[in-house]
Design a protein around this ligand. Structure first.
Ligand code: DAT
Ligand code: MG
Length: 150
């Protein structure tokens, strides 16, 4: 068992379309613990830091426009192998290449409006959690742990 933390962010299209509860509900039903969550407008500087690795790519300017176009819901999730598991729940980057059951497929249609972000590695998770929430994030015990983990 490898309990780890990852960073996820519900993007502006999903907030506007009223999908916050549906998305958070999927994580909750899976047994993934929400360690931190907020709703906020993204300052351009933060968006640029978050998507730094994509700077220079053709989709970078519209990506920054998209992510700063309305409030987002950033969160920190905790669970067994959650970096990989949460990414699988989100699905393929392009909803058209995904499969039913994946959030991006189920709720989205285009790569430029793909609903949700998730960290793709332990290094990225650490960087993104720090960027959006700061280094010190208190944990808490949740009563379902005894039934989720053997
Ligand atoms: P992911 O969000 O699955 O980690 P990524 O890190 O490669 O994907 O890209 C970040 C975001 O940029 C992605 O969610 C949507 C957008 N994007 C990526 N590739 C794109 C492309 N070829 N055309 C348009 N948007 C793209
Ligand atoms: Mg990525």
């Amino acid at each position: 068992m490898a309990i780890e933390r990852t960073f996820a962010m519900i993007k502006p299209d999903a907030v506007q379309r009223g999908l916050v509860g549906e998305i958070v509900g999927r994580f909750e039903k899976k047994g993934i613990k929400i360690v931190a969550m907020k709703l906020m407008q993204v300052p351009r500087e933060l968006a640029e830091k978050h998507y730094e690795i994509h700077k220079g790519k053709p989709f970078y300017p519209p990506l920054i426009e998209y992510i700063t176009s309305g409030p987002v819901v950033p969160m920190v999730l905790e669970g067994d192998d959650v970096i990989t598991v949460a990414r699988r729940m989100m699905g393929a980057t392009n909803p058209k290449q995904g499969a039913p059951g994946e959030m991006r497929f189920d709720f989205g249609q285009q790569i430029g409006r793909n609903i949700i972000h998730g960290s793709d590695s332990p290094e990225t998770a650490k960087f993104e959690i720090g960027l959006w929430f700061g280094e010190e994030l208190a944990g808490y015990t949740k009563i379902d742990a005894a039934w989720l983990y053997e």
